[in-house]
Design a protein around this ligand. Sequence first.
Ligand SMILES: CC(C)(COP(=O)(O)OP(=O)(O)OC[C@H]1O[C@@H](n2cnc3c(N)ncnc32)[C@H](O)[C@@H]1OP(=O)(O)O)[C@@H](O)C(=O)NCCC(=O)NCCS
Length: 401
Amino acid sequence: MSVDVARVGRVSVEYRELTFDDAVTVQRLSGEAFGMPDEPPPAPDPDKWPRPGMRLWGAFDGGQLAAVLYVRDYHSWYHGREVRTAGIAGVSVVAEARGRGLLSGLFDIALAAARADGHVISTLFPTAPGIYRRLGYELITGYDTVEIPTSSLASVRAPEGVSVRRATAADFDTVRELYDAWAAAQNGPLTRRGPSFPATAEDFIGAFTGVTLAEAGGRVVGYASWTRGQGYDSTATIKVGDLIAVTPDAARALWRMLGSFASVSGQIHVYTSGADIARLVLPGAPWHVVHTHDYMLSILDVPGALTAIGYPAVSARLPFSVTGAGIDGSWTLEVTDGDPKVTDGGDGGPTFTAHGLALLYAGAQSTGNLRLAGQLTGPTDHDPLWDALLGTGQPHIRDYF
Ligand SMILES: CC(C)(COP(=O)(O)OP(=O)(O)OC[C@H]1O[C@@H](n2cnc3c(N)ncnc32)[C@H](O)[C@@H]1OP(=O)(O)O)[C@@H](O)C(=O)NCCC(=O)NCCS
């Protein structure tokens, strides 16, 4: 177990990984920060704590747990590759210990362990971005709840040659392939594999009221996972976890299926991000983002993150530096026919802030915009190359943690 001891103010603070002995205190602290359930939660079970793929870290002030965070073991898609991602969640500081800087030491020990585990980037959903910017995280997209009046979907025309049917557990692999194909073309979606996603086919299908498949020519070309919810009047809301289609007609068929609930459901809530291509077939339907969870990215390991992703089959040699958030350094990114290598030393290159590099990596901003925002300075001659290598692909996510 790693232990760090730091002096904050006049008291010593100990930072360490949490064990089952801390579980009840963690439960209370998390309940205070994020809300108490109506019923007291069940006592932590040593066989199920911590959850698979999760490590918990704490700050102890005078022997008392004063701050906690969880690190989830994820992979997410960036530039066509699966990138090891430390997902941070459950960050909370005991009310009376807030404002004393406990988070810096807690992130230091948790992220050092994440790097040692092989994570090259880290992401989180902040309750306020200002808490995490100074730790190197930057906003790259949001997890949106979009509200669409169900009646506006009822008029989507029936596409020819596409039928819909309810998925069963036997369709799990097909649904997964569709998600993978969509996710691999974006920057940011979780792979939904690995220790943090232990679901079986039955768990997945059983988590929704229905998973509806769109089929054309004997092939599955789209799916929507949806939860019906309560009631059958204008307040009733159907929640759509994914609506992923590989043809416009598949998207039409799925929207139309949802629109068929117009007589018993006032609105559809779609959980999505950015400019969702499934919307392209809905020129007339109102699309109101009613809630957003901001999503932030931080680069933990510059050479590791830049060599983990795919590049176009070109050759380029790009010296650069990075400043801030503990990832300062100078390197050269060499891409040979799409094959990346990062070596130490970046004389004569531009300088990214840690936030600037996170934004470019995610495809969230171009070098031109980074310069306007003061996140990229120095020689400009390689900017088009950086944009060609990293400016491809948009940030999108479909999971909240
Ligand atoms: C958010 C929380 C963890 C911050 O704890 P804290 O003890 O104030 O954190 P620290 O003292 O280590 O430092 C926090 C930094 O973030 C900033 N910060 C804290 N709360 C903030 C807020 N709501 N908005 C913007 N910035 C904030 C502080 O100003 C400080 O920055 P500084 O060092 O530049 O002054 C704590 O208030 C908390 O537990 N809140 C309830 C749960 C919560 O919101 N958790 C975050 C989940 S993503």
